[in-house]
Design a protein around this ligand. Structure first.
Ligand SMILES: [Cu+2]
Length: 145
């Protein structure tokens, strides 16, 4: 490969890198906490550890749980489809470096709740933990962004 060809390849690579630069987006999520009945073994079988039987869940399979459910928009009317394998887990919050994640949290449950992020930068106002900041103690019926 001659030097002209290498220079052209470099230029092409730089062009690709320049056009492929990250442009930061604001990624919005609408998440509501709701109290639901959750059955830990809807098949009636212990699919994780069959040898341990059904007793691992105690005397019943269904419990009242607080579930974090993603909605499509600010009306909190239409749920965002979630893969069945995620079970009771809350929604996946996805973004790429440079993006801003904006979570609109609505507490539809019966006690103060919050959301606490990991793996992203946040300040104390948005920490959602240890009773610090307004997002750490969202009362029933209230919301926090
Ligand atoms: Cu933490």
């Amino acid at each position: 490969m001659n030097t002209t060809c290498i220079k052209l390849l470099r230029l092409l690579l730089l062009t690709i890198m320049a056009t492929g630069t990250v442009h930061a987006e604001i990624r919005e999520y609408w998440v509501a906490a709701e109290k639901v009945s959750w059955n830990y073994a809807p098949t009636g079988k212990n699919l994780i550890r069959p040898d341990m039987g059904m007793g691992v869940w105690g005397h019943q399979l269904t419990y009242k749980k607080y579930r974090y459910i993603q909605y499509t928009d600010e009306t909190f009317n239409k749920r965002t489809p979630q893969p069945e394998w995620m079970g009771i887990l809350g929604p996946q919050i996805r973004a790429v470096e440079g993006d801003t994640i904006k979570v609109h949290f609505l507490n539809r449950a019966d006690k103060p709740l919050s959301m606490h992020p990991h793996g992203v930068m946040y300040n104390e106002q948005n920490e959602g933990a240890d009773m610090k900041g307004p997002g750490a103690f969202v009362k029933p019926g209230q919301s926090f962004t």
